[in-house]
Structures are given as C-alpha cells and as structure tokens.
Design a protein around this ligand. Structure first.
Ligand SMILES: [Zn+2]
Length: 161
C-alpha cells in the first residue's frame, strides 16, 4: 500500500510530465502492470490532467498587445536613460577627473590631522589620569596605616580593584 502511494505521487508529478529517470519510469510501469488500482489511477490522471491540454491550441497574441508592451518597455528605458544622462552631466559639471586627486588628498590630510589631534587628546587624558592617580597615591599615603588588615591593601590595589 505504501508502495502504491509512492507510485501515485510519482504518477501525479514527474510521470505525467515525462520527467522521470528511465530506471524509475520502468519501475512505475512495472508496477502499473501488476497493480490494477494504480493502473486505473494513472489512466484517470491522464484523462483528466493530460488529455484536455493536448487539445489546447496555441493562442496568438493580438498585435496591439505586443505594441503596448513594447511601448511600456521603451518608456522605462527612456526614463532610466534620462536619469543616467542627468547623473553623467552632473559628474562632468563638477569636472570629476581633476577633482578626485584634490578631494582625496584633502580627505587624507583631514584624516591624518584628526588622527594626530585625537591621539594628542588621548595622551592628554592619560596624563591627566596619571596625574590624578599620582595625587591620589600621594594624598592617601599618610592614611594607609590600616591598609594591612583591609581587603584592598595598597593604594595601587585600591586604584585598580
Ligand atoms: Zn499500486
């Protein structure tokens, strides 16, 4: 019975579309010889799903429909072409090729300059931090009498913990 379901799935899909491998197609046809109900099923599938479409004739597309489609495509191409022209004109207007090296070197200068600036800012911040740490160590040096029985220990450990 499971076998029949497997074959019927194949009959409904790839078998009627003639898309099966030769080996599987042979298996299906062997089963159809042995199994009357699957044979009836295959016949039913063929008459209801295949035969009706064999008689269908190809419809000619009306000429006016093709013309309309062609016009629509033409319009879209014109639209994208004019947009591209606009962009190209704009790029030529700002003399792109000459401007590129200038813009690039300016950007590099700004980048390097800001890198140096921020590096200095960081160093200054670090200096300030070290200074405040030094001040902290110096001011708390006198009051470290009980540091030996405290958990945090020395001022350095207090600073980091
Ligand atoms: Zn069967």
């Amino acid at each position: 019975m499971d076998n029949c379901k497997k074959f019927r799935d194949l009959i409904l899909t790839d078998y009627i579309d003639a898309q099966l491998d030769i080996a599987i197609k042979t298996q299906v046809e062997e089963h159809l010889h042995e199994c009357a109900s699957c044979k009836a099923f295959a016949q039913e599938v063929k008459t209801s799903l295949v035969v009706p479409f064999e008689k269908v004739t190809r419809q000619e597309v009306p000429v006016y429909l093709w013309q309309e489609i062609e016009e629509k495509i033409q319009q879209q191409q014109n639209l994208s072409k004019s947009l591209w022209d606009l962009i190209q004109g704009w790029m030529e207007g700002i003399t792109f090729p000459k401007l590129v090296p200038a813009v690039c070197s300016l950007a590099m200068l700004v980048f390097i300059g800001s890198a140096i600036f921020f590096n200095q800012q960081i160093k200054q911040a670090q200096n300030r931090e070290q200074g405040s740490y030094l001040a902290y160590v110096l001011t708390s040096e006198g009051s470290t009498g009980q540091a030996s029985n405290g958990d945090l220990g020395t001022p350095i450990e207090k600073y980091f913990l």
